[in-house]
Design a protein around this ligand. Structure first.
Ligand code: SF4
Length: 57
């Protein structure tokens, strides 16, 4: 189980199992970013595709 924050990746998605939800940081060494849009134009168009749903925080 990861529990060390990566100070280079801030994230507030507490529903992700990789999130250190007490500090709003990711615990992975790196993350993959993608998009669900054909022509992304605003921040809402892009996603962290390293997301994995957690069962508890
Ligand atoms: S994997 Fe992505 S969504 Fe999950 S904590 Fe890290 S940056 Fe956030």
């Amino acid at each position: 189980m990861e529990n060390r924050k990566n100070p280079n990746i801030r994230c507030t998605v507490g529903q992700c199992r990789h999130n250190l939800c007490t500090e709003n940081f990711c615990t992975l060494d790196q993350v993959r970013i993608g998009t669900h849009e054909a022509e992304p134009s605003v921040p809402e168009c892009v996603d962290c595709i390293s997301f994995e749903k957690r069962t508890s925080c």
